[in-house]
Design a protein around this ligand. Structure first.
Ligand code: AMP
Length: 267
């Protein structure tokens, strides 16, 4: 059974990623001339979902979210869960991070998606330096280069304000914003007609705790990728289109830089 999330993905059907080898994956047509392989980092409220959507349309890149993968796994009958997945879902239900070995094992099972000629945009993975190191080993073994790590940077109070206006669909989990991205009909999801609600943890007090926790957890990852020259910090305040254009520009510069370095190493 496909989740609404996978069904709504339409031509960007990520089910192979979500369901492992059982899931279908539908190419959108011609493969892009250049696949992009990227990681997207961004705190809750930084507009990560919107930017991921824009990137996938412009660059034909396939967004792969470990959070989506775990949520999709909840729809598979429990008797079909292996012990690793069962354990992972128990952590997720408690709101805790799934242990590194389990996440890495589940990602490693989906090598076809990592090798995909559409490239990938990882969202929610890696979450720790240990996961980043494991990903590096996988990519190295596959001889797949990582192009960039996009970091959506947003001041804490701005993110708190954004989460205060965010409304989430109770069915497909699509998100809207009362001021910046209102639904066509108040309180109703444009995508599936589900009822919109304000998540408990999006309310200011919990949001502040989550955001501080996010920053603390992500800081080592940010320095890890900065040292590798892969980090592209993008100021994420402002209209999504502007943030997107800034991201594309940084990405272009990064690709040119990487090509120049590769050329220098050949001579
Ligand atoms: P997300 O949608 O990215 O916020 O992920 C939802 C939940 O899935 C998290 O709270 C974790 O329990 C689990 N999860 C997703 N990705 C990871 C990861 N890379 N490492 C550990 N746990 C993860």
């Amino acid at each position: 059974m496909l989740t609404i999330e996978a069904e709504k993905a339409g031509p960007y059907n990520r089910s192979a990623w979500l369901y492992g080898t059982r899931g279908p994956c539908e190419p959108t047509g011609l493969f892009p001339s250049r696949p992009f392989r990227m990681i997207l980092l961004g705190a809750p409220g930084s507009g990560k979902g919107t930017q991921a959507d824009m990137l996938r349309h412009r660059l034909e890149v396939c967004p792969l979210s470990t959070g989506d993968m775990f949520r999709a796994a909840k729809d598979i009958p429990e008797e079909k869960h292996g012990p690793a997945l069962r354990e992972a879902l128990a952590y997720m239900r408690r709101g805790e991070l799934v242990p590194d070995e389990t996440v890495v094992a589940l990602v490693s099972e989906r090598l076809a998606c990592i090798r995909c000629r559409y490239g990938f945009l990882l969202d929610g993975f890696p979450r720790t330096v240990a996961q980043a190191e494991a990903l590096e080993k996988i990519l190295h073994a596959e001889r797949i280069p990582l192009d960039a790590v996009i970091q959506l940077d947003m001041p804490l109070e701005e993110a708190v304000a954004r989460l205060g206006g965010r409304r989430t669909c109770s069915i497909c989990k699509a998100t809207f914003h009362l001021a910046h991205k209102p639904p066509k009909v108040s309180g109703i999801c444009d995508r599936c007609g589900g009822e919109l609600y304000h998540r408990e943890d999006d309310r200011p007090e919990s949001a502040r705790v989550r955001l501080t926790e996010y920053e603390r957890g992500t800081a080592p990852l940010v320095s890890y990728y900065a040292k590798k020259g892969l980090l592209l910090p993008v100021a994420a305040a402002g209209p999504p289109e502007e943030v997107f254009e800034k991201t594309l520009k940084l990405l272009e510069d990064q690709i040119v830089r990487a090509a120049a370095t590769a050329e220098r190493s050949l001579v």
